[in-house]
Design a protein around this ligand. Sequence first.
Ligand code: NAD
Ligand code: UDP
Length: 332
Amino acid sequence: MKTALVTGGAGFLGSHLCERLLADGLRVVAVDNLYTGSRRNMEAFADNPEFFFVEADVCDLSPGDPRLVPPQGGGRIDEIYNLACPASPVHYQATPLKTLMTSIKGVLFCLELAKATGARLLHASTSEIYGDPLVHPQEEHQWGNVNTIGVRSCYDEGKRVAETLVADNIREFGIDARMVRIFNTYGPRMHRDDGRVVSNFIVQALRGDDVTIYGDGSQTRSFQYCDDLIEAMRRYMSLDEAVVRGFFARHALGAPVLNVGNPGEYTVRELAEMVLAKVGSNSRLATKPLPGDDPKRRRPDITLAKELLGWQPRVPLADGLERTIEHFRATL
Ligand code: NAD
Ligand code: UDP
């Protein structure tokens, strides 16, 4: 039986990933400091005998940490998924220095662990590395347009440094690592106070509160349902190292980075109207100031992911919103 270590395993995406890994027959060690994640997210699989939760901060871990050894013994790690990092602007900006250090120290820990064990690593990067993009849609060869000193920089630059650390560890030590640049992904188990747009709008609509549009609502995002992302991550991790290296060499990319998102592009105002219609809510639309450095447009070019993984997103926004609304109806 293979063992996977998932950092950020109690979070929104981490918990879906753990559930999928267990369903795929892996033993799972999840590490999380419960900053934005929760034990509740893991309820569906917490009593699986092959699931093992470690409450710890990735900044404090080293490869030999005895807390990482599952009770069944062994302790060999075959796959590492690095998801630990608050992802919502509200939460990552609340503790900006901690956010930056979590990105850097978290990926360093995972890289050291990969080096020590020979495990394969998948690092969760983000569309934020493109910043406020100068080219639309975004494809992997773009270098990004990021403010180094703005309120989003702790997250954006942390994730950019993490990509550099992965790329240089591959070049210098030949470790088997891959990266996904995740575009806005939503679904059940987002925290009701997460602060990101999909969960905010649904919670506000269900409660009958004003739906808060930041700025004039003309900025766009592309929304991916969580199951589509997890499927792409699993396919990516199933590929042989030589296949991955050959693919990115052919595409003249310095490291294995793949955009993973749903290319459907919506303005924030369109999203608000869809949510209100689906919830059947009488909430009103209210305008609030646009946060600093808020990117104007976002849409992934997923040509490479389609080619390498034989994958494309399956869940349209309308269906994904319905599933997410059901989750919040049941839990609010
Ligand atoms: P989330 O906030 O629900 O999950 C992050 C998890 O990391 C939480 O459980 C949190 O408690 C944990 N964590 C934070 N700091 C930690 C630390 N120092 N030590 C241990 N655990 C820590 O967010 P999410 O949406 O599930 O995001 C998961 C990953 O995916 C993040 O790395 C994020 O940057 C990336 N990502 C997500 C999206 C998205 O749209 N959801 C987009 C791009 C990238
Ligand atoms: N947004 C909004 N109202 C909210 C939350 C977010 O209008 O209650 C906007 C936000 O300004 C951004 C977009 O929705 O333009 C997506 O925000 P989110 O925090 O989900 O993710 P981002 O892509 O900005 O990291």
